[in-house]
Design a protein around this ligand. Sequence first.
Ligand SMILES: Cc1cc2nc3c(=O)[nH]c(=O)nc-3n(C[C@H](O)[C@H](O)[C@H](O)COP(=O)(O)O)c2cc1C
Length: 348
Amino acid sequence: MTAYQKLVVYYFSGTGNSENVAKWMADIAIEKGMEVSLINIGKIARREIEPPELETLVAFVSPIHGFNYPPVMLNFLFHFPKGHNKVLLLNTRAGMLIGKWITPGLTGIAFYFSALILKLKGYSIQSMFPVDLPSNWISVHPGLNERTVKYLHERNQEKVYRFARNVLSGGSDYRGLYEIIQDTLVAPISLGYYFMGRFLFAKTYYASADCDNCNLCIKACPVKAIKKVDNRPFWTFNCESCMRCMSNCPKRAIETGHGFILMFSLLFSLLLSGLFYTYFAELFFDIERTFTGFVLNSAFFLGILAVWYRIMHFAMRFKFVERIIVYTSLTKYKFWGRRYKALKNTGK
Ligand SMILES: Cc1cc2nc3c(=O)[nH]c(=O)nc-3n(C[C@H](O)[C@H](O)[C@H](O)COP(=O)(O)O)c2cc1C
């Protein structure tokens, strides 16, 4: 039995986990004879969405980035039209495996913040459901092995099917709320990531000399964050670190520049201690413990980072600079740099 005539799933996905969850929801909706629309928000004009029809159940699926939904999904929710439908909030996040135990990721403020936005628009939240699929964030941890990826995929497919059978029959599932304590604890970090961290990460990606200018990364980027500068891919601050470019590059030429960013951090500290503490020490001591001080320091940091990134982009045309950057990138190495792409959805 189904409580709704139609299911519309809006999803964003960098490497395929959230897309799989959207498809698994669709599998069960079809089984129940419902009409289904799957809408990839990376492929539509995000500000021209029609309000959902009355008997439609609306679902949003997105990865967690920095303990929140990524900006592309948050912007989508901000611009989503008002309505009175029932809504399902789902996320996919960093699952890992210890023995047979799937360690959960961390949702942070994603559910609370998006529930608030949608509530204010008139919607009624029917579920908050996290799905712990393999983590794709190989900028910060080694890529997961095939066995782990397969295990997490299969276990979560069953879990999403059970969830879908329940909610499509009119049930609700708020298990995302059980994690309110850890989610609250990481809430400050989610703000730090939103206002600062994501811009820092955006400037850690580069294409090595293996890049053959096929432009796939530029074409496939869901937020149009990569452009050509000096005939090579160049990551702008719009990048949301969804990892699609790294995971798709046929030449495996896209890396996270760990050495590159470490070098920058050292230079930046030197710059601050030398130049600024000599001339503006008073100013910096006074403001650095205030919120304004934090914002000014962060803006200054990112400004200098943008200049540094541009200089390195130019300098990488020289082989020895390029090699230093490549060999100080952990993603270059076998033990770390296994690229992640979700397994294909096999259906039921
Ligand atoms: C930039 C970035 C930040 C992430 N932050 C978190 C996080 O805060 N909590 C978490 O559990 N997983 C985090 N992850 C892991 C992803 O949410 C997870 O792998 C997700 O399933 C990827 O979905 P997709 O394949 O649809 O893009 C992060 C991944 C990336 C790339």
